[in-house]
Design a protein around this ligand. Structure first.
Ligand code: SF4
Length: 663
């Protein structure tokens, strides 16, 4: 891999243990952010801002669920004015939670809101700049003239914030970079960072520093790269503003949780992030336990993580943290060298019956004596010492303990497992094609004294060491990489037994999501950074079942490493949404979830929707009352379809493009 970064471009102080980056403190009403304050949780209302009672009721539910700030959209002056009513009603009910006005396009609404609420959020892509999906050539002079125009347009808000003690979030979204930024930097993390820093410079010109920054994207890799770059730039400049973490338009249910975990957990692991908002296409109060779980995963577990006591020095960082590049490895059987990541389901804890394979994605049909398998079926099953008395489904290979494997008559589609590199070296027989070898950090120093060529048929199964295994996985992998060991690596993960690490109150709050959701978050948060940085080639699912298998394939899909299903990019909805986004998303999902690899955006409004779903193949976007626009990529195909016909029209569009298959 190339892209070694030198210490001057480091974005985080530590890569192999948890240390939160110390940002400057910003006061937001009665709840300070950054510095040594806890990582704050927040969410956003989905009600119409003009409906004071509904917004107040939802705010109270969010606060009860743990929201420490509440964001409310203010699309125009009338909503901005109504924030005063909402605030008054909340106060009457004893609630003084800091409110944040969410602004897009409307400086006049921002200037009203900044006098009322504790914080305003502006999007530098559309506050005083334009987004029309046009590439406009800017000369240096015309570019500078635009910046001066923005300075003039944005300065009044900065002055109001300063006068009223109102904080500000400069929140860049990948999908709504201005034409000007796009023309110079393209659709890149660098463009996202520069877009925010232009606004920060204007704030600093006015000696205003109550600033929070965010770099959201619906693609976790882009989002992570942008925050890291921002952090590196702020460290180099000597002033670190607090950061607000979020993956935009993450979607609903397990996809939304996994996608959020991939982006947010990767950054938290590096010590980045002072406040978190998880955006799900669900009621906002359901976002908070997810955010809490992710924060707890690092903050509460870090003191319990084992100290690294191996004798090897910290390795150099072999990746470019600001651009994705998959680790280059040897091709070992069906692993590595750019092949899709593989999944091994450990079924050694189950009775070996044909029906047990359902936990690995294969459903046995006795009447036909055959298997049905889905797109999310394991590539290998580990059976330990249990040799099945029946033939495995075609396409499925098996892994056995080496002593059992040695005795097999038919080793076609059967491979050995070794409990350590030493066991591999000592074995009397090995596969010529593919050997699975467990590896942990204690076994690494003696391994590195050997000749890597003797291990060219090995795939390393990295053991999870301690409660935050990604640090030790990363250290081990960087060490292997630094020494030129190029075997593919897979991660051993389990469903997570986190009960020991949390207080009873934490556990009760986590449980509000349900056990399956907790497990999805545990697995995703544990390994997020390894996938986001393209370092690994598969999963070994310990004590696997269908739910752990689904989580693993969900991670591979949402990290864009192995596409097995339709991807939905849906916004969480807000006061701009004029249709039931959750119900519509469910309808669209029901009709299209078999369209493997197709990305569908479902967005509440035309103001931000098209930008936010920049990545989607098709879009379903609310335009106004009873009007839906359909998009092919970024191109509007029809602008005013009645909602009752819009899902059929979307499917017709997919059909016209030849991308439809019958379910
Ligand atoms: S895209 Fe969705 S969440 Fe974003 S502003 Fe529009 S309706 Fe609100």
């Amino acid at each position: 891999m190339k892209g070694n970064i030198d210490s001057s471009s480091q974005y985080a102080p530590r890569h192999f243990s948890y240390q939160r980056i110390l940002s400057q403190e910003v006061h937001i009403g009665n709840s300070a952010l950054g510095g040594n304050h806890p990582i704050r949780l927040q969410s956003m209302t989905t009600t119409d801002t003009m409906d004071t009672q509904a917004t107040v009721a939802q705010t109270l539910r969010m606060v009860a669920a743990g929201s420490e700030y509440v964001r409310i959209t203010a699309p125009s002056q009338k909503e901005a004015h109504n924030l005063a009513e909402i605030k008054k009603e909340l106060k009457k009910r004893g609630c003084e939670v800091p409110l944040i006005a969410d602004i897009h396009y409307t400086p006049n609404a921002a200037e009203i809101a900044a006098r009322i609420v504790e914080k305003v959020r502006v999007n530098p892509g559309n506050y005083a700049d334009k987004k029309r999906f046009k590439t406009i050539e800017y000369t240096d002079a015309s570019y500078q003239a635009e910046i001066e125009r923005i300075h003039e347009r944005f300065s009044p808000l900065v002055k109001i914030c300063k006068e009223y003690g109102t904080a500000m979030r400069v929140g860049t979204n990948h999908g709504s970079l201005s034409d000007r930024i796009m023309s110079r930097y393209g659709d890149t993390p660098e463009g996202m960072v520069e877009s925010a820093l232009e606004f920060v410079r204007i704030c600093e010109d006015h000696n205003f520093h109550d600033i929070v920054l965010s770099m959201k994207a619906s693609n976790p890799q882009v989002m992570v790269q942008a925050y890291r770059l921002l952090m590196q730039r702020m460290q180099a400049a000597g002033r670190i503003y607090p950061t607000h973490l979020g993956v935009t338009e993450a979607g609903e249910g397990e996809d939304g949780r996994i996608k959020s975990a991939l982006g947010i957990a990767t950054l938290l692991q590096d010590g980045i992030g002072d406040t978190v908002r998880v955006s799900l296409t669900e009621e906002p109060e359901y976002e908070l336990p997810v955010a809490r779980f992710l924060v707890n995963h690092f903050v509460k577990q870090a003191p319990l993580a084992p100290a690294i006591n191996e004798p090897l020095p910290d390795p150099p960082i072999p990746i470019n943290p600001y651009a994705f590049q998959r680790r280059k490895t040897l091709a070992t059987g069906s692993f590595g060298d750019g092949q899709v990541p593989r999944v091994v389901s450990d079924l050694s804890h189950l009775e070996i019956q044909a029906s047990s394979l359902i936990e690995a994605g294969y459903t046995y049909i006795p009447a036909l004596d055959k298997y049905n398998f889905s797109d999310i079926a394991a590539d290998f099953v580990y059976l330990g010492k249990k040799v099945p008395p029946y033939e495995l489904p075609g396409g499925l290979s098996a892994v056995f303990d080496v002593d059992t494997w040695e005795l097999l008559k038919d080793r076609n589609r059967a491979f050995p497992y070794f409990s350590s590199p030493a066991a591999f070296v000592a074995a009397t027989s090995q596969s010529e094609m593919l050997n699975f070898v467990a590896l942990n950090s204690q076994q690494l120093p003696p391994l590195l004294e050997q000749n890597p060529k003797d291990f060219e048929t090995c795939v390393w199964i990295l053991e999870a060491e301690g409660c935050l295994p990604a640090h030790s996985w990363r250290r081990l992998l960087y060490t292997l990489e630094g020494k030129g060991w190029k075997q593919p690596v897979i991660l051993r993960v389990d469903k997570g037994e986190t009960a020991n690490y949390y207080s009873d109150q934490d556990l009760a709050e986590h449980l509000r999501m349900g056990e399956e959701a907790q497990s999805q978050l545990h697995v995703s948060a544990s390994c997020a950074t390894l996938w986001v940085d393209g370092l690994v080639d598969g999963f070994w699912l310990e004590k696997a079942d269908a739910s752990l298998l689904r989580t693993a394939f969900g991670i591979l899909q949402l990290a864009r490493m192995r596409i097995t299903k339709t991807e939905y990019i849906s916004c969480p909805s807000c006061g701009r949404t004029l249709f039931d986004l959750q119900e519509t998303t469910a309808k669209i999902r029901k009709r299209t979830e078999h369209l493997k690899g197709v990305k569908i955006g479902i967005m509440g409004c035309i103001v931000n929707g098209p930008g936010e779903m920049a990545d989607a193949d098709y879009g379903y976007v609310g335009v106004g009352v009873d009007k839906i626009a359909l998009y092919r990529g970024q191109e509007v195909v029809t602008r005013a379809v009645p909602p009752a016909q819009a899902v059929d029209a979307l499917i017709d569009l997919i059909r016209q493009d030849g991308n439809w298959v019958e379910p």
